[in-house]
Design a protein. Sequence first.
Length: 117
Amino acid sequence: MRFKIDENLPIEVADILQKAGHDAETVFSEKLSGEDDERIAAICQKEDRAIVTLDLGFADLRTYLPEDYAGLIVLRLAKQDKLFVLDIIQKLLPTLNQQNPEGKLWIVEENRIRVRG
């Protein structure tokens, strides 16, 4: 799968996904830091990449229709420190190997994933 890692996540998220065999690019590495959500979303559509983000704005179904994207993966975590986020991404890998987020919104919480779309 192809992913775009938003600037609000550690760049190591891309490393974890790449080591698991996925194609993952970061907003930072593509010099897109500071771009608004709409531009990032449009780039994800063009590149056919699922966005992985902490930005709850991407969970707004009125603005971002899941069926228009390769996947919207929004982390909704009580703690957002680096080690905790990386642990959650590591725990997400088996689900990514079994299910494709394409056309869906995944709200990833500590103990569950809610799927919409």
